[in-house]
Design a protein around this ligand. Structure first.
Ligand SMILES: [Zn+2]
Length: 101
């Protein structure tokens, strides 16, 4: 009975805020106040996706005497002395460790 299941193979979906989308349309079309208000109303009437913004971070030396790697964002301490974690996300705050060195 898989024919009634939703299609979960939706590929890469990009999200933006309604405010940013509205601003882009209003700026592109150079709309006056009344039309800009209409664009904002139309875009705000669309359903919202339940998504969290992606937080970016990296492992940096920190903690006591800079002997441990910590998440730059939340300072969560990882691993042993001077061993840089290989995890690509912070287990404490969920930040993606893709900010680079
Ligand atoms: Zn963190």
């Amino acid at each position: 009975m898989t024919e009634n299941l939703p299609d979960t193979n939706v590929g890469n979906i990009e999200y933006t805020s309604k405010e940013d989308a509205s601003d882009a349309v209003i700026k592109y079309l150079q709309l006056d106040y009344a039309y800009a208000w209409g664009v904002r109303e139309a875009i705000n009437s669309l359903p919202s996706a339940d998504v969290a913004p992606v937080v970016h971070s990296r492992w940096v030396l920190g903690g006591y005497d800079d002997m441990y790697y910590v998440c730059e964002k939340c300072r969560h301490k990882q691993s042993e002395y001077y061993v840089k974690p290989t995890a690509n996300f912070c287990p404490n705050c969920g930040a993606k460790m893709d900010k680079g060195d």
